[in-house]
Design a protein around this ligand. Structure first.
Ligand SMILES: [Fe+2]
Length: 207
């Protein structure tokens, strides 16, 4: 029972720009079933890490294309539902106009895979339906692009709001235990207690 980690590489496109990005893909569960968080860039690489285990769900922390570009491929391959907060629809439709997610992620919803429970926390700001997943028994938060090692996720592009992301982090993530390990959508992990002292700096810095 635990957390497996892959880094996959590709691009992120929005607002007419395209950037090279490395994404963290998280596989949570046990030897028989797992849940995938953010199916990015390489369905083959993710599928081979999953092996012959059952996939409970392909969870999308948000619908920027780098986080969802392999979600349908993996969902089809493992006969698993794609879960996404419905407020992400405008972003999802940019990448997958002919397909809708199979189910919703909502604040307070509890998902379970291989004996691991994950509570969904709706943390709008990076995008309207951005969601984090908190596994209390593992002491782990999967933060998507909401909270990184060094501060909040980017809010300079369409559908983002700096004030909203800071409010989400302050009100919904910083109350978690200080030693909660934060597994991010890109780059290094951090801990809640390593980020929370810097709130005022972020506000001063702004977006
Ligand atoms: Fe993003």
């Amino acid at each position: 029972m635990g957390v497996e980690h892959l880094v996959t590489s590709g691009t992120f496109s929005l607002d007419g720009g395209t950037w090279d990005v490395d994404n963290n893909v998280w596989i949570v569960g046990n030897d028989s079933e797992v849940l995938v968080i953010d199916a990015a860039h390489s369905a083959d690489k993710i599928a081979s890490a999953i092996g012959d285990r059952r996939v409970v769900a392909v969870v999308c922390t948000h619908a920027h294309d780098d986080h969802v570009n392999q979600a349908p491929a993996l969902a089809d391959r493992f006969n698993a539902p794609i879960l996404l907060n419905p407020a992400e629809a405008p972003l999802w439709d940019m990448t997958w106009p002919d397909r809708t997610p199979d189910g919703e992620l909502t604040d307070g919803q509890v998902l379970s895979a291989g004996g691991v429970e994950l509570r969904v926390i709706h943390t709008p700001g990076h995008s309207p339906g951005s969601s984090c997943l908190y596994a209390p028994e593992l002491g782990v938060l999967f933060s998507g692009d909401t909270l990184f090692n060094g501060g909040p996720g980017a809010t300079g592009r369409s559908y983002s709001s700096f004030d909203t992301i800071v409010e989400s982090i302050k009100d919904k993530l910083f109350p978690l235990p200080d030693d909660t390990e934060v597994r991010t959508g890109h780059g290094d992990s951090t801990r809640i207690g390593a980020e929370s002292p810097h709130l005022q700096e972020w506000l001063t810095r702004g977006n």
